[in-house]
Ligand binder design. Structure first.
Ligand code: PHE
Length: 346
């Protein structure tokens, strides 16, 4: 009997020790000490033992019962502590861990370059003017010396967004150039004027690496008494040299735009080879940069300015193209494609 009890104790202690959680432990407790448990059974059977054995075995059984009860309580406490520690570990804050990184983004290369352009022109006394992207036909075309029948309208294939024409203002159109803001600022502020107009423009283009339906231009307009193309040359050489942080020369070639007379194209010396000739400038040493010219008297009149008193020049360049040249981007579609792998490089 004694041996049976000892074996039971060893077996129970082993099970207690190996219990992995409170549930398992509870099951063992019921198995040994419960109402119908193994040890309880033995204790019940004591009364059937011969009288001479009963006291010793009885005593011995109670010692084992106490041992097991203690072992259960102890193991229970241990498992509870382990659980608390585990919870703490899962909930705890590791103050030495690096913080979560928030991606706050940054300015798009088009915007960065636009701000730089604005800054440089600010330094030369120009103000930044603005106009709507949905423009009236009159400002986008007619007042710029391009009546509806004018063949020059073909140069800019257009998105008309409203077929109903207002008698005075014409149809609504996604502006094809920033030039209508010339008219708007002249009407609003009169002469003299010194403005640049960065802005988005739209044309019905067949899309490829060099053509997008949406791109950015920067318009320039300087009106005062005794303004000549020499001022334009000086302003542009200064602007481009500041932007590219090296000496840039400019040259004029004849060009045609209905709203300037004379009209011209301005080239800049190649910023890659400084005019020596390379791949970028197709070995010519010059890169086409923008259209410009003396503001046509009709345009001044449309803006309410007397051409006998004031004159000036206007220019328009592609900000998008400038950004592409500056960063060596060879596909215009990257700029508005929304691919973060592209924009995150800047
Ligand atoms: N608006 C012209 C274009 O988009 C550029 C230009 C502006 C030319 C001002 C001359 C003067 O092509």
């Amino acid at each position: 009997m004694q041996e049976k009890l000892e074996n039971l104790q060893t077996e129970a202690l082993k099970k207690i020790q190996n219990s992995k959680d409170l549930n398992e432990l509870k099951n063992h407790e019921i198995f040994y000490l419960g109402k119908k448990g193994k040890l309880t059974e033995i204790l019940h059977g004591l009364k059937d033992l011969p009288n001479d054995q009963r006291p010793t075995i009885g005593k011995f059984s109670n010692v084992i019962k106490k041992n097991l009860e203690e072992a259960f309580v102890q193991k229970e406490k241990m498992l509870e502590n382990e659980m608390i520690l585990k919870e703490l570990e899962e909930d705890s804050i590791d103050i030495s861990a690096p913080g979560a990184k928030y991606n706050i983004g940054h300015a798009h290369p088009l915007a960065t370059t636009q701000y730089e352009v604005e800054n440089i022109f600010h330094g030369m006394g120009f103000e930044v003017a603005d106009g709507p992207e949905v423009e009236v036909e009159k400002f986008n075309f007619d007042d710029l010396n391009m009546p509806a029948t004018h063949p020059a309208r073909d140069m800019q294939d257009t998105f008309f967004i409203d077929k109903k024409a207002d008698l005075k203002l014409g149809r609504l159109v996604l502006r094809t150039q920033t030039s209508p803001v010339q008219i708007r600022t002249m009407l609003k502020y009169g002469a003299p004027l010194r403005i640049i107009v960065p802005g988005r423009v739209f044309r019905n283009e067949a899309l490829d690496a060099c053509h997008e339906h949406t791109f950015d231009q920067v318009e320039g307009l300087m009106i005062d008494k005794n303004i000549s193309l020499a001022h334009l040359k000086g302003v542009m050489a200064e602007f481009l040299s500041k932007l590219f942080q090296r000496e840039i020369k400019v040259r004029f070639r004849p060009g045609y735009f209905p709203f300037v007379e004379p009209g011209l194209e301005l080239d800049m010396s190649c910023m890659i080879c400084d005019g020596a000739g390379c791949k970028t400038c197709k070995k010519s040493g010059w890169v086409e940069f923008m259209g410009a010219g003396m503001v046509h008297p009709n345009v001044l009149r449309a803006g309410g300015i007397n051409p006998d008193e004031y004159q000036g020049w206007a220019f328009g360049f592609g900000l998008t193209r400038l950004v592409m040249m500056r960063y060596g981007i060879d596909d215009i579609r990257m700029l508005s494609g929304g691919d973060l792998r592209f924009t995150e490089q800047f």
